[in-house]
Ligand binder design. Structure first.
Ligand SMILES: Cc1cc2nc3c(=O)[nH]c(=O)nc-3n(C[C@H](O)[C@H](O)[C@H](O)COP(=O)(O)OP(=O)(O)OC[C@H]3O[C@@H](n4cnc5c(N)ncnc54)[C@H](O)[C@@H]3O)c2cc1C
Length: 291
């Protein structure tokens, strides 16, 4: 059963931040409620104040600019991202990822800001956005700062945000030339969270050599993590199946998965190896033909 709380409904992001400053020790932001209400029902969090930002128009937008890339207000729903023609054209992997995130009902309510802030290592958006070099703009009543997703996740369900801060915007840089991102989660039910997941971004130079690689693993440690040893195998290499195999092995060696009812640690490492190999190759194939 959910404990009693006081429901606060700010009229703007500024007002929400003021409320958050006042209630940083006994309050929680709620947006779509798709994760928060579950953990409140389980009694894992018992806020005395719940600050509802779902309907704030100043946090609900999506823009794209060739220089600055994609900017999404924190309350943008998964469904809005999935259905955006602009996102499909500029960042098709985001649409592919959203199509497999939960059910349409959850995607209609759940938001990109809520998903990233919840900091579940099995969340789908974080690996993809991190692989593309994404960041979040967080704000408090006293100012704003941008945090790279590389630095955002600090521990299990923990982020670098202070208690008086909230995500106001998610930023994805423009895709470089000859670059592509691919993502796959391994799950038994199509729209479930992944037992593990891998996102791979490969950028090629003019000669077809790998100029940059960002491999990000989901549910393979207590937080979403970069597989930096796998990236080292790929960067500077003329890519082929042997290199992808080696990158997969490196990712499997460096990840820190747990064993649970869904899979053993060994099985998770095996899956990470296979998915890293496949996603890096798929991103490479797409990067070769991309502008
Ligand atoms: C049945 C089901 C299946 C699911 N399957 C998947 C899946 O396959 N993949 C996946 O990635 N996710 C999955 N989810 C999780 C879902 O995607 C997230 O719950 C949702 O995106 C969270 O967004 P929200 O707006 O509902 O957040 P809320 O539940 O409102 O909030 C979640 C947390 O984030 C905080 N918060 C919310 N907004 C902000 C903000 N702007 N700034 C700072 N903190 C904030 C809240 O205080 C809370 O701690 C599933 C959820 C359900 C119920």
């Amino acid at each position: 059963m959910i404990s009693d709380f006081t429901y606060l409904k700010p009229g703007s992001a500024k007002e929400a931040l003021k409320m958050l400053a006042e209630h940083q020790d006994d309050g929680k932001i709620i947006c779509g409620g798709q994760s928060l209400l579950i953990i409140m029902r389980q009694g894992l969090v018992t806020p005395e104040y719940v600050i509802d930002i779902k309907k704030l128009k100043d946090l609900n937008y999506m823009t794209f600019d060739p220089k600055d890339g994609l900017k999404m207000g924190a309350t943008t729903t998964h469904r809005t991202i999935e259905k955006s023609a602009m996102v499909k054209e500029k960042y098709p992997v985001l649409v592919e990822m959203e199509e497999k995130l939960a059910s349409i009902q959850v995607r209609n309510w759940g938001t990109i800001g809520g998903n990233l802030a919840h900091a579940d290592a099995a969340g789908d958006p974080a690996p993809v956005l991190m692989s593309m070099g994404g960041s979040v703009k967080v704000a408090s009543a006293s100012g704003e700062r941008v945090i790279s997703l590389d630095d955002f996740y600090t521990d299990l369900f923990e982020t670098a945000m202070n208690h008086d801060e909230m995500i106001v915007e998610v930023i994805v840089p423009p895709r470089p030339a000859k670059s592509a991102t691919k993502y796959q989660k391994f799950n038994l039910l199509d729209s479930d969270q992944g037992i593990v997941a891998v996102a791979a971004t490969i950028t090629l130079n003019g000669g077809g050599v790998c100029k940059d690689a960002r491999i990000v693993l989901g549910n393979a440690a207590s937080t979403t993590i970069r597989a930096k040893e796998a990236e080292k195998v790929l960067i500077g290499a003329k890519l082929d199946d042997a290199v992808f195999q080696k990158a997969g092995e490196a990712a499997a060696a460096e990840c820190q998965p747990v064993a649970d009812i869904h899979a053993s640690e060994e099985y998770r490492r095996h899956l990470i190896s296979i998915l890293t190999k496949r996603m890096a190759k798929a991103a490479w194939e797409q990067a070769k033909i991309s502008g």
